[in-house]
Design a protein around this ligand. Structure first.
Ligand SMILES: [Zn+2]
Length: 383
């Protein structure tokens, strides 16, 4: 998982306000930096004008001491310590990278990921000298992907295209005609073929700079998940994350929760219930587990169930789980986002949380949060 070890001004050869975070001055003289996107930008009062001089000096052409000197040249009343502290504050807020930072990746991969890395840089609010750190982290990551249908197929495409170093796919099905309205890894020529086999061919053709493996296998109980997770650890290279994109058998989320808690393995899942598409983020020991969140959500919804009624009876669940290219695509994309965010720390992702989109009310926020439950049968005994 991503760490955010302290990075100080001294670590920067030539500090630069990130190009995506370019500053501007408001009509009343404040400095806005970090883009105007909610969750990133900040506004700094600048009555004497020296903050503007500072951000202009941080254009990647100077070392930290030269930046301070440039600010003091225009504002001799200021102390060097104040200017340096302001630079440190901008750095700590994630608005700065190092113009001297080099990409320690082969040129081919620098080119391949040349659009994704600036997006990581844009969303990254942890102090970091090089935007390539997050890409390197993906390159070293190992992911277990359970299910390569609609959600899993879209997620697999995104993970492999983004440069996750090793993706291992598990799925029990063969490709059917009714899959093709939403499952992007398959063609008509794949009908009757095991999904894993066809998925591997498509994913390897997409990105030969990463490793994609798989197995045609059904998850029949929690012990299958435990075994899948343990296999990589036994081989000396444990998974960093489990990505659940299967909704059968019905208990697969509960099993995954238990298996990942036992293995202390973070996991993410996503899926749809009609037009409602959500993804969840779980990190053992941090925040609610899947069972905590589910219980909290049932309580929040106030379903007013009669005695003996199961919460499932309030929400239709059909064997032909209705889905389109849109719901599967959104579900897979949200799942991949959650996975990439947990692997890189970009953006920082709150564990024990579900988020999503309701296509009936696309402007309304969809999120589920609940505190970790001390009496949770899955995680309650854990420290
Ligand atoms: Zn729990």
């Amino acid at each position: 998982m991503a760490d955010t070890a302290a990075v100080t001004v001294e670590a920067f050869g030539r500090p630069r306000i990130k190009p995506e975070h370019r500053a501007y001055r408001t009509v009343d003289g404040n400095v806005r930096v970090g883009s105007v996107i909610h969750g990133i930008g900040a506004e700094i009062a600048d009555p004497r004008g020296w903050v503007w001089t500072l951000v202009e000096a941080m254009d990647g052409s100077r070392g930290p001491s030269e930046v301070v000197a440039e600010v003091l040249r225009g504002h001799p009343e200021l102390s060097g310590a104040d200017a340096r502290q302001a630079m440190a504050d901008l750095l700590a807020a994630g608005f700065v990278d190092d113009a001297d930072a080099s990409a320690s990746l082969p040129p081919r991969e620098q080119d391949r990921y040349s659009r994704g890395v600036p997006l990581l840089r844009w969303m990254d609010l942890a102090p970091r000298t090089s935007p390539w750190d997050a890409q390197l982290r993906l390159r070293e990551s190992r992911v277990l992907l359970v299910g390569v249908g609609g959600t899993g197929g879209h997620a697999a495409q995104a993970l492999v295209a983004s440069g996750v170093g090793h993706v291992h796919c598990v799925d029990p099905d063969v490709v059917e005609l009714s899959n093709l309205n939403r499952q992007p890894l398959y063609r008509e020529s794949d009908l009757g073929r095991p999904k894993v086999e066809a998925a591997l061919a498509t994913l390897r053709a997409l990105n030969s700079d990463v490793t994609v493996t798989g197995e045609h296998r059904e998850v029949r109980g929690p012990e299958d998940l435990t075994e899948l997770v343990a296999a990589s650890a036994l081989a000396g290279s444990p998974y960093d994350l489990l990505v659940l994109a299967a909704d059968r058998p019905d208990a697969i989320r509960r099993w995954t929760n238990r298996a990942c808690l036992a293995a202390e393995l973070p996991w993410v899942d996503a899926g749809y219930r009609g037009p409602l598409v959500t993804a969840g983020v779980y990190v053992p020991g941090q925040g609610a587990c899947w069972e905590c969140l589910r219980e909290g959500e049932i309580a929040r919804r106030d379903l007013r169930l009669g005695p003996g009624q199961d919460p499932e009876s309030a929400s239709p669940r059909m064997p032909w789980n209705p889905a389109s290219a849109v719901t599967a695509g959104l579900s897979g994309a949200l799942l991949a986002h959650a996975a990439l965010a947990l692997l890189t720390g970009v953006p920082a992702m709150e564990p024990g949380f579900r988020f999503g989109v309701n296509l009936m009310l696309p402007g309304d926020p969809v999120h589920q949060r609940t505190p970790r439950r001390l009496d949770c049968p899955a995680c309650g005994e854990r420290t």
